[in-house]
Structures are given as structure tokens and as C-alpha cells.
Write a protein that binds this ligand. Structure first.
Ligand code: FAD
Length: 537
């Protein structure tokens, strides 16, 4: 939004005049003072939020960047809420402004800002307010935003809580959520707006499949409780809804008894067909009730373009580096199948036998099986340990031109030939972790907004690149991968999607676009929320 345009198009009603005045004041203070514009705001904004809005550079800077380190957009101001009603008040204020004015303002909820393409920012610099959801953590005492139900069936978790907090708070009751992401230092609201996937998804479904109820601030500023039975349209729209229908302030999450430790195994393959056949075989035995099923299954590529142990997890013992490196030299690409089986005091005596039984007959390269025995927390928080190392070397805050895809099972061999063995080897640029693992459609709920391929089994492939300098080579590679899929009729869907035009968004949503649009009109008619996704703005 241009301020001049804003000024020239606004009507002269007193409420619009107030909005113009606040925004003018806020913009004029950016970069010139660290003092919040509270005196002005006290008169003009609802008093409950005026002192919680900041326009100083220390507030604007973190709200204008994210983990991707590729996009930068400055908000007009940043709200540091101390209660859910602050979020509702701001949203209502912006909604009323938009109803009365031609020039629109927006509200971008920001969790940890671990998006990679500006999804938690405003859509255009100077066009709205970022809500620092993490500010609420202070007011509910950090982990105090997780309340475990007395019978142990669920936890009520505030939207700004990080999954690591949820883990620790529930473990104190001997309980744990069942579905995770690989990295736990991201918020519940942020992952439920996408899906939340990891090695448990094949068995328990994504995180969005493990939610009973939500509290949501809609784009009209109303706080609404929703579930499968109550306001179900909002419930399904919000889950995987890319922040478009409401700001999640509470989620009721499924819990189960927590295990104590984990047997964690990686098996190396030199043949993609055997690798995927074994992955599919293992996930076919996937009932969440079956105590002897695997608890986690992922997979990744190993090439000489990346390091054997990367930030995602350090696994292979140094003593085996030579052996593995020589296998890579022979085959160019290896595939690492990664599984885990949880155990506790009751199953300690049987876990090894059960695991061996599950892995019996698999076609990995003989002798290339590696194992670890770690605590449950160490396993789930594995990426954070590597993050701390990278941070200490100044290597965490680099560019992250990631591409995450869902690929139908029927085309995964074509994808391997064209992309892994084709584009990746040909371009030969240093790569970050490349994840490859399957999941089942029947663990997802089609009424939710999340978009997955039409086939019963599909793969996720994540190219998790990091680049200290120029990320253009990675962007070019990503474009070539997408164009290869397009040309060869491989109907991929982006996970954590980022598109630059509406046509691609419509294609992404496919038959769900009409519903998505109808829900937007119903729950956020002024198109205020999560403008950084750039779907409607
Ligand atoms: P943000 O980046 O702050 O926000 C993401 C989007 O959600 C924005 O559009 C924002 O407006 C919206 N939003 C934020 N909070 C709320 C709320 N309370 N209510 C409504 N909308 C909201 N994802 C996986 O699924 N599996 C993984 O294994 C995984 N691993 C990752 C590893 C790393 C190192 C990183 C950096 C990311 C990983 N992700 C993974 C991606 C991650 O789940 C998403 O980027 C997620 O959005 C990050 O959460 P956040 O709190 O940082 O959200």
C-alpha cells in the first residue's frame, strides 16, 4: 500500500481519519525513534492494544525477515500481544478499517518465522501489522501454555507454543503427542497452518489429523471455538489453511502414553526401486493400534554433493565414513532408509527382537545397517542439537531456498530418474539434506485445507538447501525440477507452498479452490489474514 494512495482514497469519516492519523504517525516514527508511539496510540487505537504496538527498528527488523533469508518486507507496526483478546481487538480494528476504507490493512500472525518465503510477513512493505505470537509465551509463563487433561487424552495448547514446550509439558505427565515435525522449535499455530509432517505421519497422520478442537480469531476479529462437530467448516478450513481463515490461539491435541527411549536405525541402499519398495512395505503395516509397528519412517539421499552427517542429524559414525564414501563413489547416489521404534520399561526386553522382525528381508546393502539407542527427547529434538552447532559457526542464518514437494507414488521412479539422477547430478551444486519418504492418504482428512496428491500413497521430497552467498543456483534448480515435473505430467503438489501468481494457486488447490474461496469469504471477507502467503493479496 502506498501511504499517499491511502490518504487520497480514504473517506473523511472520523474513524478513517483516526486510522490515517495512526498510520501516518506510525510510519513517521519508523527508524527515527525507539520509543513506541504510545501517546498517539492511546488516543487513537483501542487503549488495550495501543501500548503493545511497536514501530521501532528492533521490532520491525525481526518481523520483516524469516528463516529463508530471501524475502524482506517491513510491516507498519508489530503487535506484542499479552492476551488473545489483544489479537482479536487488532483484527477487529483492521477489519473495520477495511470495511470503511478502500485502502486495505493486513494482519500477519508470526510464530517463529521459520517460513522460507515471507509467509509470516506482510504481503507488501508498509501494508499491515505483524503479530508476534511468541510474545504471548511470556504471559502464560513459557510452558504454562500447555494444559494436560486430567484423564490424559489431550492437551490444550496455546497457538504460540513451540512443539518442544509441548513435549516437555506433556512428558511431565508421562504423555506425548503422537505426530511431530523433524524440528520442534516452531509453533503449534505455524505447523497446523501447513500440516506438520515427519516420520510418524505414515502411522498417525500429519499433526492436523491429531487435533480435536481449536480456538481461532477470525478475520472479523471474532474468537470462535471449532471442532468436527462445532463450527466444523471453520475447523476444517483452518487446518492446513495457510493462516487464511483465522489465527489459532488454542489447539486441543491428541496424547498417548510417552515412551522412554528409541531404537533408531539407518539402512543404506544403492538402488532406488528397492529403497522405495521397502519403504512402502514398511508403511503398509501401519495401524496406529498395532503396538509392534514402526513408530517412525523417513528416508534421504546421500551424494557426494553434501556431507554424510548434516544439520538434520548426525548419525553415521566416523569410523564408517570411508566405507560409505567408497559406496557413494561407485553409485553416485545412495538412499538412506531411516526408521525408529520406541520402547519403555515394559518393552525393553522385546524391542530388539520386534525391530529385527520388522526389518527382516529388506534389500539394503549388506553390512550397511547403522543403529543408535537414544532417549525419546534426544530423538525428537535431534535437529536442534545440530542447529546449536551451526549457530555457533554462524551457519544457521544463511539463505534457505527450500523446495518441498508431494509426489504420487506412481511417478516416484520417474522423479528419481529425472531429478535425483538427472537434474541433481548434472547441476552438481552442494546440496543440503534431501528427504524422501512415503505416507498414506487415508491418514489425512480431505475436508481439511491441506493439499496432497490424489493417489493413496504419495511421497514427500524435501530439498533443504542452505547457501551462504548466492542462492540463485538453487532457485534455478528448483525451477528446473518443477518444470521437469510439469513437462512430464508428474502431478506434484508443493508443501509449504509459495507461488507468485494466482493462476498457480488455483492450480495448486485444484478441486478444493472453490471451497477455499468460499471459506475465505465467510471467515476473512476483508482478506486481512496471513497476507505473506500472497494468495489473495
Ligand atoms: P511462521 O513461519 O511464523 O508462520 C507460518 C505461517 O503460519 C504464516 O503464514 C503465518 O502467518 C501463519 N501462522 C503463524 N502462527 C499462526 C497461528 N497461530 N494461527 C494461524 N496462522 C499462523 N515442517 C514440517 O511439516 N515438517 C518438518 O519436519 C519440518 N521441519 C522443519 C525444519 C526446520 C529447520 C524449519 C526451519 C522448518 C521446518 N518445517 C517443517 C516447516 C515448518 O513447519 C513451517 O515453516 C512452519 O510454518 C513454521 O512454524 P513457525 O511457527 O515458524 O511459523
Amino acid at each position: 500500500m502506498s501511504l499517499m494512495r491511502y490518504l487520497s482514497t480514504s473517506s473523511s469519516t472520523s474513524s478513517n481519519f483516526m486510522v490515517i492519523f495512526i498510520i501516518t504517525h506510525m510510519i513517521s516514527t519508523i527508524g527515527t525513534t525507539t520509543k513506541p508511539p504510545s501517546t498517539m496510540n492511546n488516543i487513537l487505537l483501542p487503549p488495550t492494544i495501543s501500548t503493545k504496538l511497536r514501530t521501532d527498528p528492533e521490532a520491525i527488523k525481526p518481523a520483516s525477515q524469516d528463516y529463508g533469508n530471501i524475502v524482506n518486507r517491513n510491516p507498519i507496526a508489530v503487535l506484542y500481544p499479552t492476551s488473545v483478546s489483544d489479537i482479536a481487538t487488532l483484527t477487529k480494528f483492521v477489519y473495520n478499517n477495511n470495511v470503511n476504507s478502500q485502502t486495505k490493512l493486513y494482519v500477519a500472525a508470526k510464530g517463529c518465522g521459520h517460513s522460507v518465503r515471507g509467509q509470516a510477513m506482510v504481503g507488501v512493505s508498509g501494508s499491515g501489522v505483524v503479530v508476534e505470537m511468541m510474545s504471548l509465551r511470556r504471559w502464560c509463563g513459557g510452558g504454562g501454555g500447555v494444559v494436560v487433561d486430567g484423564r490424559g487424552f489431550f492437551a490444550d495448547v496455546s497457538g504460540e507454543q513451540m512443539w518442544i514446550d509441548v513435549l516437555h509439558a506433556t512428558l511431565a505427565h508421562g504423555l506425548s503427542p503422537v505426530s511431530w515435525t523433524d524440528y520442534l522449535h516452531i509453533t503449534v499455530g505455524g505447523t497446523l497452518s501447513n500440516a506438520g509432517i515427519s516420520g510418524q505421519t505414515f502411522r498417525f497422520g500429519p499433526q492436523i489429523s491429531n487435533v480435536y478442537e481449536l480456538d481461532v480469531v477470525t478475520g472479523k476479529g471474532n474468537l470462535v471455538t471449532c471442532s468436527k462437530r462445532n463450527n466444523s467448516e471453520l475447523f476444517y478450513a483452518v487446518l492446513g489453511g495457510l493462516g487464511q481463515f483465522g489465527i489459532i490461539t488454542r489447539a486441543r491435541i491428541t496424547l498417548e502414553p510417552a515412551p522412554k527411549r528409541v531404537k533408531w536405525v539407518r539402512l543404506l541402499y544403492n538402488d532406488f526401486s528397492s529403497f522405495t519398495r521397502d519403504q512402502e512395505l514398511l508403511i503398509a503395516f501401519n495401524g496406529r493400534e498395532e503396538s509392534n509397528a514402526l513408530d517412525y519412517l523417513e528416508g534421504s539421499l546421500i551424494t557426494n554433493q553434501g556431507s554424510l552427517n548434516n544439520w538434520r542429524s548426525s548419525f553415521f559414525p566416523k569410523s564408517h565414513f570411508k566405507q560409505i564414501t567408497s559406496l557413494i563413489k561407485q553409485h553416485d547416489i545412495l538412499y538412506s532408509l531411516e526408521v525408529a521404534k520406541n520402547y519403555d520399561d515394559h518393552t525393553i526386553a522385546t524391542v530388539d527382537k520386534e525391530l529385527n522382525e520388522l526389518l527382516k528381508g529388506l534389500s539394503y546393502v549388506p553390512g550397511f545397517k547403522f543403529g543408535k539407542d537414544v532417549s525419546y527427547v534426544e530423538f525428537l529434538d535431534r535437529v536442534h542439537n545440530q542447529e546449536l552447532k551451526l549457530q555457533s559457526q554462524g551457519l544457521w542464518e544463511v539463505h534457505h531456498p527450500w523446495l518441498n514437494l508431494f509426489i504420487p507414488k506412481s511417478r516416484i521412479i520417474d522423479f528419481d530418474l529425472g531429478v535425483f539422477k538427472g537434474i541433481l547430478l548434472k547441476r552438481n551444486i552442494t546440496t543440503g539434506p534431501v528427504l524422501v519418504y512415503p505416507m498414506n492418504r487415508n491418514k489425512w482428512d480431505d475436508r481439511m485445507s491441506a493439499i496432497i496428491p490424489d493417489e493413496e500413497t504419495f511421497y514427500t521430497v524435501g530439498f533443504l538447501h542452505s547457501s551462504g552467498f548466492n542462492y540463485q543456483d538453487y532457485d534455478d534448480q528448483n525451477k528446473e525440477i518443477l518444470s521437469f515435473c510439469d513437462k512430464n505430467g508428474i502431478r506434484v503438489k508443493q508443501y509449504l507452498p509459495h507461488y507468485t501468481n494466482k493462476e498457480n494457486w488455483i492450480k495448486h488447490f485444484g478441486s478444493k479452490w472453490k471451497n477455499f474461496l468460499e471459506s475465505k469469504e465467510k471467515f476473512d471477507p476483508e482478506m486481512i489474514l496471513s497476507p505473506g502467503q500472497r494468495i489473495f493479496q
